[in-house]
Ligand binder design. Structure first.
Ligand SMILES: [Zn+2]
Length: 309
């Protein structure tokens, strides 16, 4: 009886082994085409190539105030009328990081990407103690943050770190401040050092940039903030990292790439992206978008649109 059971078990194991082997074989054969490209990353300034497979699409200029690439800084206010729906992070997050309370909210896609970034960080370091301590802020909340800062640290320091209400990137739902939590839930400033450097080094893979780096304070108008991350999308985060540009510089750079003339050609692990800029028209804008395939359009919140194919 026992022998019989054992041989049955052996047969079952053999069948399982065979199944696993076939699955792996299928994966190799199927994925084989892409294999040589797996670790390639590149960015090139390229001629546009054929424009025959594009169509035009007219959009209202109000849309210039929306999208993953909007620039919100001391010079460009956020348009609350174009706001995306915000979701409490606590309701959509995974268990690889923490959030300070149940009210803290972001755009859905931003939360999804934080889930992936912090899951990767947890896998790499074993830590799940990064905590989001501030994310979406409405106008009144930004006002209270600024006033608190002024009373704690004085006017000048507040001006270095805190944007005026209406001009904060925290209005977009695309940005968050992170910290490091201890067992008791107390948080310490996120400096991005030691094991936590993983976050800064890998954030681009999930579409994030460290928005206010130490060497760009003269351009951003904000002091070095290693804790402030902003979602822009993977291809854009990659180019900014490659070129050492902050968002202000990148938006300026993108003006060199116009439809039909030239584009930024980005390859990340076998995925090709084509990026170009279209200046806004009067009241509305004719965008050129591909007939087939996926693309996204974002306003720059200044004077035009960026198409990512
Ligand atoms: Zn911030």
């Amino acid at each position: 009886m026992r022998m019989k059971k054992q041989s049955k078990q052996r047969r079952r194991n053999r069948r399982k082994g065979l199944l696993a082997f076939v699955i792996v074989l299928l994966l190799v054969v199927w994925g084989g085409v892409k294999l040589p490209l797996v670790f390639t990353e590149s960015v090139e300034e390229a001629a546009f190539g054929s424009t025959a497979l594009y169509r035009s699409k007219t959009v209202d200029n109000a849309l210039m105030r929306t999208g993953d690439l909007i620039l919100v800084n001391g010079g460009y206010a956020y348009d609350f009328e174009q706001a995306e729906t915000k979701y409490p992070i606590a309701s959509l997050k995974n268990d690889s990081y923490q959030v300070k309370n149940d009210e803290i909210s972001l755009n859905k896609k931003t939360i999804k990407q934080f889930n992936a970034l912090f899951r990767a960080f947890e896998r790499h370091t074993g830590h799940n103690n990064v905590s989001i301590i501030s994310a979406y802020r409405d106008y009144a909340y930004q006002e209270s943050v600024l006033n608190d800062y002024i009373s704690s640290y004085g006017y000048d320091t507040a001006m270095d770190y805190v944007a005026m209400p209406g001009f904060s990137e925290h209005h977009t739902g695309l940005a968050a401040d992170i910290a490091v939590a201890d067992e008791a839930g107390e948080t310490e400033t996120f400096t991005g050092e030691d094991e936590y450097a993983f976050v800064g080094e890998n954030a681009w893979k999930y579409g994030f940039i460290n928005r206010y780096p130490a060497d760009k304070t003269g351009v951003t108008g904000i002091a070095n903030e290693p804790w402030h991350y902003r979602y822009v999308g993977k291809a854009h985060a990659y180019v900014m990292r490659e070129k050492g540009m902050c968002l202000e510089e990148y938006e300026e750079y993108l003006r060199n790439f116009t439809f039909g003339q030239s584009c930024l050609s980005v390859n990340i692990h076998g995925d090709d992206y084509k990026i170009y800029y279209i200046p806004a028209g009067e009241g509305s804008t004719r965008l050129q978008v591909p007939l087939f395939g996926r693309y996204t359009v974002s306003g720059n919140n200044m004077d035009g649109f960026i198409v990512t194919v």
